[in-house]
Design a protein around this ligand. Sequence first.
Ligand SMILES: OC[C@H]1O[C@H](O[C@H]2O[C@H](CO)[C@@H](O)[C@H](O)[C@H]2O)[C@H](O)[C@@H](O)[C@@H]1O
Length: 457
Amino acid sequence: HPQTKKCTVLDSGPVTSTIPLISFLEQVQETALNTFGPNNFDPKLYIDFSLKSNLSVTQQAFAKLPRTQNGAVSSDVLRKFIQDYFNGAGDDLIYVKPADFVAEPNGFLPKVKNPEVRAWALQVHALWKNLSREASPDVKKHPELHTLLPIPEPCVIPGSRFREVYYWDSYWVIRGLLASHMHKTATAIVTNLIYFVEKYGYVLNGARAYYTNRSQPPLLSSMIHAIYQRTGDKNLIKKALPALIKEHEFWNSGIHKVTIHDSKGCSHNLSRYYATWNKPRPESSTTDKETASTLSDAADKQKLYREVASTAESGWDFSTRWMRNSSDLTTLTTTTILPVDLNAYILKMELDIAYFAKVTGQNNIAAQFLEASQSREKAFNSIFWNEKMSQWLDCWITCKDDQTWEASHQNQHLFASNFIPLWIKPFDSEKVMKSLASSGMVRPYGIATSLTNSGQQ
Ligand SMILES: OC[C@H]1O[C@H](O[C@H]2O[C@H](CO)[C@@H](O)[C@H](O)[C@H]2O)[C@H](O)[C@@H](O)[C@@H]1O
C-alpha cells in the first residue's frame, strides 16, 4: 500500500550473545569444509565437539597448524588436530537405561492383537533404550568446554545427528512414552523443559548453547496435559504452572507479540516466530552462508539470517510456507507472517493453563486464561478463518507503525498447519474435516505438509 510506512530495511531486532566456544568451533567447521570438501559434510558435527583442554590452549594449537599459502590445512593435519583436541560429537551424552523401562509392559497396547504387529511394536518400544541419555558430569563441571547444555534429568533424543533434547519432538516422544507406560521418563523430560523456562524464560529450541536464540512450537502445556491425564499427578501441575505462565508471557510480549487491526477496525493480539539472531546458525553456518551468497548487501544478508533462524523456531524449518518465491530460499519472510499453528498451540496453552489452575484451586488464574483464550478464538475467526476454503490460513502482515500491523493477505496455499486448530476443542468441525479430507494432503502414510514438491523440508 503506497501509504503504508515501509518497515525498517535494516535488521534492528535483538540478538542474544553467544559463548566464545561457538565462534571458535565455527572456524574449525569452515576449515573442515575447505579441507574435507562438501561431500557428506555436516556442519553440525563440528559445533557439537567438546574440548579436551581449555579454549585458549585449543585456539593457540589451531592457529599454529601448518597451512598452505591460501590458508588451507591438509586432511591429515586437521584429522590429527581434531583427534588431539576434541571429544567426539555426542561423547558428552551418556547412554542411560530408563528407570521405568520393562521389555514387555503390563497392558501394553491392549487393542493390538496380531502377534506380528505386537512383536514389531515391542521392537519400537525397545528403542527407548537407544535414545535415552544423560549429560556427562563434565558438562555441569566445565560448561565452558561444551556446547551441550546441562539438564537436571535424563532425556530422550531424536537420534542420529540430533544428539540433544529438542522442544517439540518431546511432545511426540512423551505420547510414545505414555503408550509404553513410562510415566517417570515422560515426567523427567518435562522437568528438563520447565528448567529451561526457569533459567532462560522460555523453552529453548534444543539443549545446546547455539539454540539459546529461539524456541520451537510451544507444546509444553500439551505434554503436561497428556501426562496428567494418565497419572493424575497434581504435584507436576503445581510445579509447572508458574513456568507455563512465564512461557505464555514469552510468546505474548516483545518481538513475538503482534497487534493487528482487522477489516472492521478491531484490534487483536497474536503471536509470530521471531529469533533473536541475525547471523548464520552456528550448526548450519556453512549452509546459511551459501544460501546468502547470492545477496550482495550485508544488511540483506543479516535480514535473511534473522528469517532463517526464525524459520527454525517454527519447527518446520524450510518450507514454501515461509517463502515469497517458492523456489528461492532468500525470500523467506517468516517474521511477517502470523502462523495458524503457532497461535493454535498458544490457544491450547491458554486452555491448558486455565484447566490446571482450576484443578489446583487457583480460580483467578483460571478466569484470566480463559478470557485470553476467548480473545484468541475471536482473532482466529477474524484473521485466520477462510469461509470459502473452510480452513484457517496463515496471514501475511505489513507494518503500520512501530506498534501495529495490518493484515496484508491470507496465504491461500494448502498446508497441514491450516488444520491444526481441529486438534483443539472449540474448532472441532465437520466442515473443516471435509475440507481436509478433500485437500489432497491426506496420503496413505500420513498428512503431507504441503502440496508443493519444492525439495524443502
Ligand atoms: O528433530 C530435531 C529437529 O530437527 C530439525 O531442526 C533442527 O535442525 C536444524 C539444523 O540442524 C536447526 O537449525 C533447527 O533449529 C533444529 O530444530 C527439524 O526441522 C525440527 O523440526 C526438529 O525439531
